[in-house]
Design a binder for this molecule. Structure first.
Ligand code: GCB
Length: 885
């Protein structure tokens, strides 16, 4: 072993070089291949205007002292956040340069030197000691470069990396590297680890599409016996050579339970050796219940000297998908329910630390999910390792997103080659992860237009079919899948080609209650859609690959059923998002033919197409905020629905200062019923139906109200508390008609639209998405323009506002939204008495889109003020209603 270590360049005299210092931190026991980390000590420069670095940056004499010292993982992008957008742009797209000057470890003569990049986005070019040593196209896969000819062992070496995440535009280098579009930002940089591999001339192949070179799978598996085929790829730079290959399976306790050793004559170039190993009474990898892992180790030896050795995870499991009955793991039905995850966190971008990956998986485990979709590209190896260990069932995905080409055709030959290459990399690099059970070869490629794309609709089918065939060739053991955007949806234009049936499985991305109209019919529409798709494709296992809604923790709703759902802008109240999930989950839970569902998404993530809720450059559909600090109400709903442990959580806790003196109290629990007390007074037991326990119209007193909810789950009592502030006695009651969220306008707190029957909520400006305006922009002449962002309109509608008895002044904020010549006569009555008669709002205001204020006194005697709006000759509109003392 000492000999082997010397040959591997590891038994070095103890020095102080950075590479050696880094390597000592991570040296593991045994003879397994060691990489020398090269994460520290880089200098970075973004190629912004002015100082355009040229060839001189490749020269060893170049002075990079003015460049920024960085360590990798690194990205120059910091996009997205909450609150006001900072002036400094974090969304640079272009070319970033990195330089690392490093003392290399010494090496025995003949040793090969490889640089290993776990990912560089989006296109990388690499130079060593002024020589170009290679490059890579694709933001997500590991790549290795053989730098032996340029490398100087035992001396100082200069590595220069050019990373390019330029905007995808016709003619740009990035325009033939997938993804070309999508609702996520492609961060630039060396955003995963870099290391140096020193290997002897004959070794386990480091140049197999960045894969481990060792590929294991069970060819048969019963409770008595598993047969495991291990393919080890070898690379030999010398003439034919006799070696020994030892293949072992090691159990979780570290015992070798199967081994095969044989002599091989390894020819020059690449070759492959196969071993078949038997494991008696195999311990299965059984999802979250028991994610048992073996280790496969291939060791290449020359006599007793270890030349190279690689370890990979091995999980023994059988699985199948059934079009009627869903997913089966090791013969048992397993309802897959989980989330999609982007590799992105606030202020880190894609440059995630191991701790951040671990935190994400811990949150997903806490939620009770048993499946993760890796959206929309290859995730870090350590992320898939975390999934193996957590027992998550994984949908892995190729970034063939949205549409194949910029030209509206089926995509260029270069684009096809790139997509195929990225797919082969992804499958080889992830082959051994037992968590991964399907390869997705596309997301929403059936949409008529990519985000921001112009021209003819693309023809995505041919490339999809090609990629499907490549995936089957690379890995016959796993089914393929894809996420569909548009099949059967009249509201979204499809590219016109039928894609369902191309892959073995399918996922549908469907946003009932969000992108499609009629939120109150969301649950029924979701159920009907899934039933219809199942009936149309009786042999195709189907899943819901995306569903969800935006959720801003700073925006709140008093009544999720009354306001306008403005999916693209604000408001995105937290309560509405939770409601969409409350509606959706029972529909999914009762349909076993839906083999899996994935919430879009686990975390808010960066997308510069968006400015949603109270965020900028973020998609806010996460169950958890992008900074991982807040679990939104929808998170707590799923935790109650999915986790085995007793769960109880009061919803709406962040909406502390309440607009109205009454509220609906809601809690999520996996108990049959829960009890509420407010300010020490019991307010009764509510049944928890589909994990939702509700108490309607609970009166709040002015100032703090302490709520306590308790429930008994499996004999254990669980409890949650919160405090809500009721409005002051003289605060008045203000309704922001048509608005799904309440807010404070000019110091006055308006609640969201509620207490209403009839009419329709309306929006003034829909805003824009990906630079495209979604409707005409209008403004109203008023001193409070925000009040007119939303309104309620109809021929007749009524408000029944709970209000203390006594005298009130009512103020109505009226307007006519359209230039419309029909004369409309508005009548309003208060508690049955007419207070406004035959009012032509437009004429009285001096024209359309002008505010008209009307005030009148009322007396409330039975705790409710009823306001009836009626019009003859068309619709009438109210933007806000105020009751003041
Ligand atoms: C989708 C896309 C995903 C988007 C999501 C959304 O269908 O697949 O990339 O982020 O919808 O939030 O609109």
């Amino acid at each position: 072993l000492v000999g082997a270590a010397i040959l591997l360049g590891l038994a070095l005299p103890v020095g102080t070089t950075p590479a050696e210092a880094q390597s000592r931190q991570t040296v593991k026991s045994g003879a397994v291949r060691q990489a020398v980390p090269l994460n520290q000590g880089w200098r970075f420069h973004f190629n912004d205007s002015g100082s355009n670095p040229g060839e001189e940056v490749l020269q060893s004499g170049f002075d990079d002292s003015s460049w920024k010292p960085v360590s990798v993982p690194h990205s120059w992008n910091r996009i997205g956040g909450y609150g006001a957008k900072p002036s400094e742009p974090g969304n640079w797209q272009g070319i970033g340069w990195y330089r690392l000057s490093v003392e290399a470890p010494a090496a025995a003569p003949g040793m090969r030197q490889y640089l290993d990049f776990a990912a560089v986005s989006k296109i990388a070019e690499v130079w060593v000691n002024e020589q170009r040593v290679g490059g890579h196209e694709g933001a997500f896969a590991r790549f290795r470069l053989d730098v032996t000819d340029a490398w100087k062992p035992g001396q100082r070496n200069l590595i220069v990396v050019r990373a390019d995440n330029s905007k995808v535009e016709p003619g740009s280098a990035t325009s033939e590297v997938i993804p070309l579009a999508g609702d996520f930002f492609v961060h630039g940089g060396i955003y995963r680890d870099v290391s140096l591999l020193q290997l002897p001339p004959v070794s386990i192949d480091p140049l197999d599409y960045g894969g481990p070179g060792v590929y294991a799978r069970a060819t048969s598996l019963t409770d008595e016996l598993a047969t495991v085929e291990v393919r080890t790829r070898l690379r030999n730079f010398a003439d034919g050579r006799k070696v020994r290959l030892l293949t072992q399976v090691i159990d979780a306790a570290g015992r070798t339970i199967a081994r095969e050793e044989r002599s091989l004559n390894v020819a020059r170039g690449a070759s492959e050796a196969k071993a078949d190993l038997s494991i008696r009474s195999p311990h299965r990898w059984n999802g979250r219940a028991d994610p048992y892992l073996y280790t496969v180790r291939s060791t290449l030896m020359d006599g007793s000297i270890v030349l190279d050795s690689v370890e990979q995870p091995l999980g023994l499991r059988t699985f199948r998908f059934d079009a009627d009955n869903g997913f089966f793991l090791n013969g048992q039905h397993l309802k897959l329910h989980g989330v999609s995850r982007h590799q992105d966190a606030l202020r880190a971008g894609w440059a995630l630390s191991p701790e951040q990956h671990a935190q994400d998986m811990a949150l997903i485990e806490e939620l009770g999910a048993n499946t993760v979709r890796q959206a929309h590209y290859q995730h870090a190896d350590e992320w898939s390792e975390l999934a193996d260990r957590a027992g998550m069932v994984v949908w892995a995905e190729l970034p063939y997103v949205t549409s194949p080409s910029l030209k509206g055709d089926k995509g260029s030959a270069a684009l096809w080659a790139n997509a195929e290459h990225q797919l082969r990399e992804q499958i080889r690099q992830n082959y051994n992860h037992p968590s991964i059970v399907m390869w997705s070869v596309g997301n929403e490629v059936d949409s008529a237009k990519g985000f921001g794309q112009k021209g003819e609709p693309p023809k995505p089918l041919a490339l999809l079919q090609h990629l499907n065939a490549v995936a089957k060739q690379e890995d016959p053991g796993r089914p393929t899948t894809m996420a569909d955007c548009c099949e059967g949806l009249s509201m979204i234009a499809t590219a016109g080609e039928k894609l369902a049936g191309t892959t073995d499985l399918i996922g549908y991305n469907r946003y009932f209650g969000w992108y499609y109209p009629k939120p109150l019919e969301a649950a029924a529409q979701l159920g009907q859609t899934l039933d219809k798709l199942h009936a149309e494709h009786p042999k195709l296992p189907i899943s819901l690959s995306e569903y969800g809604a935006g959720g801003a923790i700073t925006q709140h709703s008093d009544d999720v059923k009354s306001g306008f759902v403005n999916f693209i802008g604000r408001p995105h109240p937290e309560e509405y998002q939770a409601w969409v999930h409350e509606q959706s989950w029972p529909v999914l839970a009762e349909r076993d033919f839906v083999f899996a569902s994935w919430v879009w998404a686990m975390f808010d993530f960066s997308s510069d197409l968006r400015g949603e809720g109270d965020s900028y450059d973020l998609n806010d559909k996460g169950l958890v905020t992008a900074d991982r600090k807040a679990r939104k109400d929808a998170f707590w709903f799923y935790k109650a629905a999915w986790s085995d442990a007793p769960a109880l959580h009061i919803a709406g806790k962040r909406y502390v200062d309440r607009a109205y003196p009454v509220m609906d109290v809601k809690a999520y629990a996996n108990a049959p019923a829960a009890q509420l007390s407010l300010n020490g007074r019991p307010l009764g037991t509510a049944a928890c139906v589909n994990f939702v326990c509700e108490w309607k119209r609970v009166p709040l007193r002015p100032g703090p109200n302490k709520a306590v909810v308790t429930a008994s789950v499996g004999g254990k009592t669980v409890r949650d508390t919160t405090v809500w502030n009721g409005p002051a006695a003289n605060a008045g009651i203000r309704i922001d008609a048509g608005n799904l969220a309440g807010r404070v306008i000019q110091g006055k707190r308006f609640g969201s639209d509620t207490f209403v029957s009839g009419g329709t909520p309306m929006v003034l400006n829909m805003g824009s998405f990906g630079g495209r305006s979604l409707g005409p922009e209008r403004s109203v002449q008023t001193s409070s323009p925000e009040l007119f962002d939303y309104w309620r309109e109809g021929e007749a509608f009524s408000y029944a506002v709970p209000a203390a008895n006594g005298a009130w002044k009512v103020t109505l904020h009226l307007f006519e939204p359209k230039a419309d010549t029909t004369r409309k006569a508005l009548t309003v009555s208060a508690n049955g008495e007419p207070v406004i008669e035959n009012l032509d709002v437009a004429s009285a205001a001096g024209g359309p889109l002008r505010e008209l204020v009307r005030e009148f006194p009322v007396t409330v005697s039975d705790g409710v003020l009823r306001l009836d709006f009626k019009t003859s000759g068309g619709k009438t509109s109210v933007a806000a209603i105020e009751l003041t003392r």
